[in-house]
Ligand binder design. Sequence first.
Ligand code: ZN
Length: 319
Amino acid sequence: MSKHLIGVDLGGTNLRAAVIDRQHRVLTKFECPTLAIEGSQAVINRLIGGIEEAMRQAGLKQADIAAIGMGIPGPLNQKAGIVYSTPNMPGWENIPLAALVRERTHITAFIENDANCAGWGEFVTGAGVGVRHMMMVTLGTGIGGAIIIDGKLHTGRDGTAGELGHICIIDGGRPCGCGGRGCVEAYASATAVTARFKELLDQGWRSPLAVKRDFLTTQDIFSAASGGDPVALHIVEETGHFLGVMASSIAEFLNPDRCIVAGGMIQAGAILFDAMRQACLNRNVHPSRTMEIVPAALGGNAGLVGAADQARVRLEAGE
Ligand SMILES: [Zn+2]
C-alpha cells in the first residue's frame, strides 16, 4: 500500500492538519486556533503538534507518511520552502518553514500558497474532476485564485501566479488593499460587498437591513437578496457581474474548460452565478461563452486535500 500524505492548512484564525490517503480521503483531522499573535515560533510548534496528533489518531508513524504539504496564506518560495511574509500573521518574515518541519518531523515537507492548494484539491477530487484546464476563484475577506493548465498547477516565475483578486476590472476604480485601484477584490470580496451595500444605504437606498448597518454580513445580504430586497439583489447581481468580467478576461487568454468559484459567498447561489455567467455570455467570444462556471464541491477540505496531493506531485517530481 502506498504511504499516506499529510495536508496542512495554516489559516490566520485556525490551523488544521490531516492524514490523507492516496484516494484523497481525509482519514483523521486535527484543528486548533492558530493564535497568530503569539508569533511564528509558537505557531510552528502548534502546527507540528497538529501533524503529530493527526498521525497519532490514525495510528501512523513517521515511516508511514510519504510527505507533508502545507498551504500558507502569503507570498512564498515553493522551491526553497521559504515563507516571505503573511499579511495576517505577525512575525513571519523569511521563515524556512519546509526545512523546519522536515527537521522536527523527519518527513519531507513542501509549502504552497493556500489558494493554489484549494484549487488543486478541487481539481483532483472536487468540482474540477474531468477537465484539464481550470481556474478557481476563492471569495473571502479577499479574493484568491488558482490556475491549472494542462493538468498542472501554474505558479509562474515567482510562485505567485493566480492572484486573481488583483486583476483590474475598472481602471482607476475603487481602492484595493494592495494599494492599487480597480482590482476585482475591491468590488467582489466579502469585505467589498458589505462596503458597497452600506454605500447604497448612505446614498438613500432603502432596505430593511439598514437597522443592522454596522453588523452586516454578506450572509445577511444574500438572504435578503433571495427574499427579494431590491438593494441586496442589486448588490449581489452587480457582484456576479464584476466576477464575470474578471472570469471572462481570464477565459480569453487561457481558454479553460471550467471556472470554479469557492468560499462562503457561493451560498449566494443562483443570483450570483447567473449574473456571473451572463457577464461571460455578454462577451462575443467563444472561450468566455463556453467556459463552465460552477461552485466548488469540497468546502473546507479542499485546501488540506490539495496541499497533501501537491506534496505527492513534488515528491514524484524528485524535489
Ligand atoms: Zn488589488
